[in-house]
Write a protein of this length. Structure first.
Length: 276
Protein backbone atom coordinates (compact mmCIF):
# COMPACT_ATOMS: atom_id res chain seq x y z
CA UNK A 1 0.00 0.00 0.00
CA UNK A 2 1.13 3.54 -0.67
CA UNK A 3 1.02 6.17 2.06
CA UNK A 4 -1.96 7.80 0.32
CA UNK A 5 -3.79 4.45 0.27
CA UNK A 6 -3.08 4.06 3.97
CA UNK A 7 -4.46 7.53 4.65
CA UNK A 8 -7.68 6.69 2.79
CA UNK A 9 -8.03 3.38 4.62
CA UNK A 10 -7.37 5.12 7.95
CA UNK A 11 -10.20 7.55 7.21
CA UNK A 12 -12.57 4.73 6.14
CA UNK A 13 -12.00 2.88 9.42
CA UNK A 14 -12.24 6.05 11.50
CA UNK A 15 -8.93 5.30 13.23
CA UNK A 16 -6.96 7.95 15.10
CA UNK A 17 -3.17 7.95 15.09
CA UNK A 18 -3.27 6.69 18.68
CA UNK A 19 -5.54 3.79 17.72
CA UNK A 20 -3.27 2.82 14.85
CA UNK A 21 -0.24 2.93 17.14
CA UNK A 22 -1.92 0.73 19.75
CA UNK A 23 -3.20 -1.83 17.23
CA UNK A 24 -0.08 -2.01 15.03
CA UNK A 25 2.66 -1.66 17.62
CA UNK A 26 4.23 1.22 15.69
CA UNK A 27 5.28 4.10 18.01
CA UNK A 28 2.80 6.98 18.06
CA UNK A 29 5.43 9.51 17.01
CA UNK A 30 6.29 7.41 13.96
CA UNK A 31 2.61 7.06 13.01
CA UNK A 32 2.11 10.82 13.29
CA UNK A 33 5.15 11.54 11.10
CA UNK A 34 4.05 9.07 8.41
CA UNK A 35 0.47 10.33 8.09
CA UNK A 36 1.46 13.99 8.33
CA UNK A 37 3.94 13.53 5.49
CA UNK A 38 6.99 14.37 7.64
CA UNK A 39 8.42 10.91 6.95
CA UNK A 40 8.19 10.12 3.25
CA UNK A 41 10.12 6.83 3.28
CA UNK A 42 9.36 4.83 6.43
CA UNK A 43 11.16 1.59 7.24
CA UNK A 44 9.97 -1.58 5.53
CA UNK A 45 8.96 -3.31 8.79
CA UNK A 46 6.96 -0.23 9.81
CA UNK A 47 5.13 -0.19 6.47
CA UNK A 48 4.38 -3.90 6.80
CA UNK A 49 2.94 -3.44 10.28
CA UNK A 50 0.68 -0.62 9.09
CA UNK A 51 -0.39 -2.56 6.01
CA UNK A 52 -1.38 -5.57 8.14
CA UNK A 53 -3.66 -3.33 10.15
CA UNK A 54 -5.04 -1.08 7.41
CA UNK A 55 -5.33 -3.38 4.43
CA UNK A 56 -8.81 -3.84 3.04
CA UNK A 57 -10.62 -7.06 3.74
CA UNK A 58 -10.44 -7.69 0.00
CA UNK A 59 -6.64 -7.65 0.19
CA UNK A 60 -6.53 -10.63 2.53
CA UNK A 61 -4.83 -13.65 1.00
CA UNK A 62 -5.67 -16.90 2.76
CA UNK A 63 -2.83 -19.44 2.95
CA UNK A 64 -3.25 -22.36 0.57
CA UNK A 65 -2.81 -24.98 3.30
CA UNK A 66 -6.03 -26.84 2.62
CA UNK A 67 -6.82 -27.14 6.33
CA UNK A 68 -10.44 -26.95 7.47
CA UNK A 69 -9.80 -26.20 11.16
CA UNK A 70 -10.62 -22.87 12.71
CA UNK A 71 -7.59 -20.77 13.55
CA UNK A 72 -7.00 -20.94 17.29
CA UNK A 73 -5.82 -17.39 17.75
CA UNK A 74 -7.93 -14.64 16.19
CA UNK A 75 -6.63 -11.08 16.03
CA UNK A 76 -8.71 -8.44 14.24
CA UNK A 77 -9.60 -4.78 14.44
CA UNK A 78 -12.99 -3.11 14.11
CA UNK A 79 -14.60 -3.46 10.73
CA UNK A 80 -12.41 -6.18 9.26
CA UNK A 81 -13.39 -9.75 8.49
CA UNK A 82 -11.83 -12.42 10.65
CA UNK A 83 -9.92 -14.92 8.50
CA UNK A 84 -11.60 -17.80 10.32
CA UNK A 85 -10.57 -20.52 7.91
CA UNK A 86 -7.19 -21.19 6.41
CA UNK A 87 -8.59 -21.44 2.90
CA UNK A 88 -11.52 -20.30 0.81
CA UNK A 89 -12.67 -17.01 -0.72
CA UNK A 90 -12.29 -13.87 1.33
CA UNK A 91 -15.88 -12.83 0.61
CA UNK A 92 -17.24 -15.90 2.35
CA UNK A 93 -20.04 -14.98 4.75
CA UNK A 94 -19.64 -16.58 8.15
CA UNK A 95 -22.63 -18.22 9.79
CA UNK A 96 -23.93 -19.04 13.23
CA UNK A 97 -22.33 -22.46 12.80
CA UNK A 98 -18.94 -20.69 12.57
CA UNK A 99 -19.92 -18.53 15.55
CA UNK A 100 -20.77 -21.53 17.69
CA UNK A 101 -17.46 -23.20 16.76
CA UNK A 102 -15.37 -20.36 18.20
CA UNK A 103 -13.52 -20.87 21.51
CA UNK A 104 -15.62 -19.99 24.57
CA UNK A 105 -13.25 -17.17 25.52
CA UNK A 106 -13.45 -15.50 22.10
CA UNK A 107 -16.05 -12.72 22.37
CA UNK A 108 -17.33 -11.56 19.00
CA UNK A 109 -20.56 -10.53 17.34
CA UNK A 110 -21.69 -11.81 13.96
CA UNK A 111 -23.43 -9.16 11.86
CA UNK A 112 -24.53 -9.94 8.31
CA UNK A 113 -21.91 -12.67 7.99
CA UNK A 114 -19.02 -10.56 9.33
CA UNK A 115 -17.34 -11.03 12.73
CA UNK A 116 -16.53 -8.08 15.01
CA UNK A 117 -14.51 -8.21 18.22
CA UNK A 118 -15.93 -7.33 21.63
CA UNK A 119 -13.43 -6.01 24.16
CA UNK A 120 -13.78 -6.65 27.89
CA UNK A 121 -16.07 -4.00 29.47
CA UNK A 122 -14.62 -1.34 31.76
CA UNK A 123 -15.77 -0.81 35.34
CA UNK A 124 -17.77 2.24 34.24
CA UNK A 125 -19.41 0.22 31.47
CA UNK A 126 -20.33 -2.53 33.94
CA UNK A 127 -21.70 -0.10 36.52
CA UNK A 128 -24.03 1.51 33.96
CA UNK A 129 -25.27 -1.75 32.45
CA UNK A 130 -25.68 -3.36 35.87
CA UNK A 131 -27.65 -0.43 37.32
CA UNK A 132 -30.06 -0.25 34.37
CA UNK A 133 -30.53 -4.03 34.34
CA UNK A 134 -31.33 -4.06 38.08
CA UNK A 135 -33.94 -1.33 37.69
CA UNK A 136 -35.55 -3.21 34.81
CA UNK A 137 -35.58 -6.45 36.82
CA UNK A 138 -37.04 -4.73 39.92
CA UNK A 139 -39.89 -3.35 37.81
CA UNK A 140 -40.62 -6.75 36.26
CA UNK A 141 -40.64 -8.50 39.64
CA UNK A 142 -42.96 -5.87 41.10
CA UNK A 143 -45.42 -5.99 38.19
CA UNK A 144 -45.41 -9.69 37.21
CA UNK A 145 -45.61 -8.99 33.48
CA UNK A 146 -44.46 -11.19 30.58
CA UNK A 147 -41.34 -9.11 29.92
CA UNK A 148 -37.94 -10.11 31.25
CA UNK A 149 -34.58 -8.28 31.15
CA UNK A 150 -31.18 -9.78 30.38
CA UNK A 151 -27.63 -8.49 30.70
CA UNK A 152 -24.68 -9.43 28.47
CA UNK A 153 -23.46 -11.88 27.53
CA UNK A 154 -26.60 -13.38 25.99
CA UNK A 155 -26.90 -14.39 22.33
CA UNK A 156 -29.57 -12.69 20.22
CA UNK A 157 -30.29 -14.21 16.80
CA UNK A 158 -31.60 -10.86 15.69
CA UNK A 159 -32.81 -11.46 12.12
CA UNK A 160 -33.83 -15.09 12.72
CA UNK A 161 -31.34 -16.12 10.04
CA UNK A 162 -27.90 -17.74 10.22
CA UNK A 163 -25.83 -14.60 9.52
CA UNK A 164 -26.36 -12.44 12.61
CA UNK A 165 -25.80 -13.06 16.33
CA UNK A 166 -25.39 -10.04 18.62
CA UNK A 167 -24.84 -9.53 22.34
CA UNK A 168 -26.46 -6.26 23.50
CA UNK A 169 -25.38 -4.89 26.87
CA UNK A 170 -28.92 -4.94 28.30
CA UNK A 171 -32.17 -6.02 26.69
CA UNK A 172 -35.84 -6.63 27.46
CA UNK A 173 -37.91 -9.33 25.76
CA UNK A 174 -41.68 -9.40 26.22
CA UNK A 175 -42.58 -12.29 23.90
CA UNK A 176 -41.62 -15.48 25.73
CA UNK A 177 -41.84 -17.49 22.51
CA UNK A 178 -38.55 -15.84 21.56
CA UNK A 179 -36.63 -17.82 24.20
CA UNK A 180 -35.17 -20.77 22.31
CA UNK A 181 -32.22 -23.03 23.06
CA UNK A 182 -30.68 -20.65 25.58
CA UNK A 183 -30.77 -17.62 23.30
CA UNK A 184 -33.16 -14.93 22.03
CA UNK A 185 -34.61 -15.69 18.59
CA UNK A 186 -35.81 -12.44 17.04
CA UNK A 187 -35.80 -8.77 18.02
CA UNK A 188 -35.91 -7.75 21.72
CA UNK A 189 -38.41 -5.04 22.65
CA UNK A 190 -35.78 -2.74 24.17
CA UNK A 191 -31.99 -2.70 23.81
CA UNK A 192 -29.41 -0.69 25.75
CA UNK A 193 -25.86 -0.30 24.45
CA UNK A 194 -23.14 1.41 26.51
CA UNK A 195 -20.70 3.15 24.17
CA UNK A 196 -16.98 2.46 24.28
CA UNK A 197 -14.20 3.69 21.96
CA UNK A 198 -14.04 0.34 20.18
CA UNK A 199 -17.81 -0.05 19.63
CA UNK A 200 -19.00 3.55 19.35
CA UNK A 201 -19.38 3.67 15.57
CA UNK A 202 -20.84 0.16 15.42
CA UNK A 203 -23.45 0.88 18.12
CA UNK A 204 -24.43 4.30 16.79
CA UNK A 205 -24.63 3.39 13.11
CA UNK A 206 -24.57 -0.26 12.09
CA UNK A 207 -26.40 -1.76 15.06
CA UNK A 208 -28.83 1.16 15.24
CA UNK A 209 -29.91 0.37 11.69
CA UNK A 210 -29.97 -3.38 12.30
CA UNK A 211 -32.06 -3.05 15.45
CA UNK A 212 -34.61 -0.78 13.81
CA UNK A 213 -34.91 -2.98 10.73
CA UNK A 214 -35.31 -6.12 12.86
CA UNK A 215 -38.19 -4.62 14.87
CA UNK A 216 -36.63 -3.42 18.15
CA UNK A 217 -39.17 -1.03 19.65
CA UNK A 218 -36.87 1.12 21.79
CA UNK A 219 -33.12 1.72 21.72
CA UNK A 220 -30.94 3.43 24.33
CA UNK A 221 -27.36 4.56 23.72
CA UNK A 222 -25.48 5.50 26.88
CA UNK A 223 -22.36 7.63 26.42
CA UNK A 224 -20.22 7.52 29.61
CA UNK A 225 -17.74 10.04 28.25
CA UNK A 226 -20.25 12.83 27.56
CA UNK A 227 -22.59 11.65 30.34
CA UNK A 228 -25.68 11.44 28.17
CA UNK A 229 -28.29 8.86 27.19
CA UNK A 230 -29.89 8.96 23.73
CA UNK A 231 -33.32 7.36 23.56
CA UNK A 232 -34.80 6.23 20.24
CA UNK A 233 -38.50 5.43 19.97
CA UNK A 234 -38.20 3.00 17.05
CA UNK A 235 -41.89 2.13 17.21
CA UNK A 236 -43.11 5.69 16.63
CA UNK A 237 -40.07 6.69 14.54
CA UNK A 238 -39.82 10.06 16.30
CA UNK A 239 -36.66 12.15 16.75
CA UNK A 240 -34.35 10.90 19.53
CA UNK A 241 -34.44 12.41 23.01
CA UNK A 242 -31.17 13.20 24.78
CA UNK A 243 -30.96 12.95 28.59
CA UNK A 244 -28.11 14.10 30.81
CA UNK A 245 -26.88 12.16 33.83
CA UNK A 246 -28.96 14.42 36.06
CA UNK A 247 -32.22 13.38 34.36
CA UNK A 248 -34.76 10.58 34.69
CA UNK A 249 -35.54 8.42 31.66
CA UNK A 250 -39.01 6.90 31.11
CA UNK A 251 -39.21 3.39 29.64
CA UNK A 252 -41.46 3.88 26.62
CA UNK A 253 -42.37 0.23 26.03
CA UNK A 254 -43.85 0.17 29.54
CA UNK A 255 -45.94 3.30 29.04
CA UNK A 256 -43.43 5.39 31.03
CA UNK A 257 -44.48 3.60 34.24
CA UNK A 258 -40.86 2.65 34.86
CA UNK A 259 -38.46 5.56 35.37
CA UNK A 260 -34.67 5.22 35.47
CA UNK A 261 -32.80 7.89 37.45
CA UNK A 262 -29.50 8.59 35.72
CA UNK A 263 -28.59 10.89 38.60
CA UNK A 264 -28.87 7.98 41.04
CA UNK A 265 -26.87 5.79 38.67
CA UNK A 266 -24.07 8.33 38.34
CA UNK A 267 -23.89 9.35 41.99
CA UNK A 268 -23.63 5.72 43.09
CA UNK A 269 -20.57 5.12 40.90
CA UNK A 270 -19.11 8.61 40.39
CA UNK A 271 -15.85 7.47 42.01
CA UNK A 272 -15.22 5.36 38.90
CA UNK A 273 -15.23 8.46 36.70
CA UNK A 274 -12.98 10.26 39.19
CA UNK A 275 -10.40 7.48 38.95
CA UNK A 276 -10.21 7.69 35.14
Amino acid sequence: MTIDEMRRRKQELGYSNKTISEKSGVPLGTVQKIFSGTTASPREDTVRALENLLKSKNDYKAPASGKEDLIGEIAISYGERIPLRTHGPVDHLYTIEDYMALPDDQRVELIDGVFYTMEAPTTIHQSIAGFIYKKFLDFVLENNGPCYPFIAPVDVQLDQDDLTMVQPDVLIVCDRNKYKNGRIFGAPDLIVEVLSPSTRKRDMMMKHYKYGYAGVREYWLVDPKDKILIQYDMEQNTPPVIYGFEDTVPVLIWGEKCQISLKEMYEAASFLWESE
